[in-house]
Design a binder for this molecule. Sequence first.
Ligand SMILES: N[C@@H](CCC(=O)N[C@@H](CS)C(=O)NCC(=O)O)C(=O)O
Length: 269
Amino acid sequence: MAEPTGLIAKSGIELLTFGTPNGFKVSILLEELKEAYGRDYTWQSINIMKNTQKEPWFTALCPNGRIPAIVDHDNNGFAVFEGLAILGYLTRRYDPEHRFSFPVDSDDYTVCEEWMAWQHGGLGPMQGQANHFHRFAKERIAYPTQRYVGESERLYGILDARLAERDFVAGPGRGKFSIADMSLLGWVNIATFSGLDMGMFPHVQKWLDRCMERPGVRKGFAVPNVSGLSNEKIAEVIESDPEQKKKTEEARKFLEEAKEKYGYKYLSP
Ligand SMILES: N[C@@H](CCC(=O)N[C@@H](CS)C(=O)NCC(=O)O)C(=O)O
């Protein structure tokens, strides 16, 4: 299929994305906004394996050359990049009833923002590197493999503690489903692929199941396509494909040996 060469919409929000954890956070919000307010959007799939995100038309909108990015054709073609900024922009502008966000002057707004910042500076980058060294690196290297999977485990422990007595990450009482949850969902949905054992984080698993019950979340996870790396898909592939099963077991064994070699200890509460 030919890759996009520029914008295609004339009005509304246009999302430039790919089927990855950072892409899904925005498609989930746009699907939720569609369910809540009937506001449709346009999306284009930017194949990051083909480096379409490095093309000049794309970097003119997103100087970092990475997905996701949005263009708001109803706001003079205003372009926004970085998940946190996109989720903030879209809710400030298009979630007037605060169905997925909080009033800017409330403490809940700041709590929501702090968990999103934690995702951006912590869980996302650490799990991204865990993926790289555990699954994709051209050479298996013990130290970074145990370092990044280990740091991701620590962060999942923090999230597990946060969710022990609440249903959602931010919001009063047991919490409210919000952009704080959306920013994390894509990452947690591929935790197994990244070398994490979801059995260690029962509250995170229950939260993931709870969020997955939402039609908007399921639809968002299908834009532009369902990920082959999700916890569910990986479990299926391991069952049905002996070669993938062998690869996964080899990666896991290497990780366990790397943890032992460097005296790794799980350090979360
Ligand atoms: N902090 C950014 C991260 C964006 C990011 O890393 N996107 C990845 C896909 S998940 C990407 O576009 N990778 C392609 C590349 O590195 O060129 C966000 O959350 O929006």
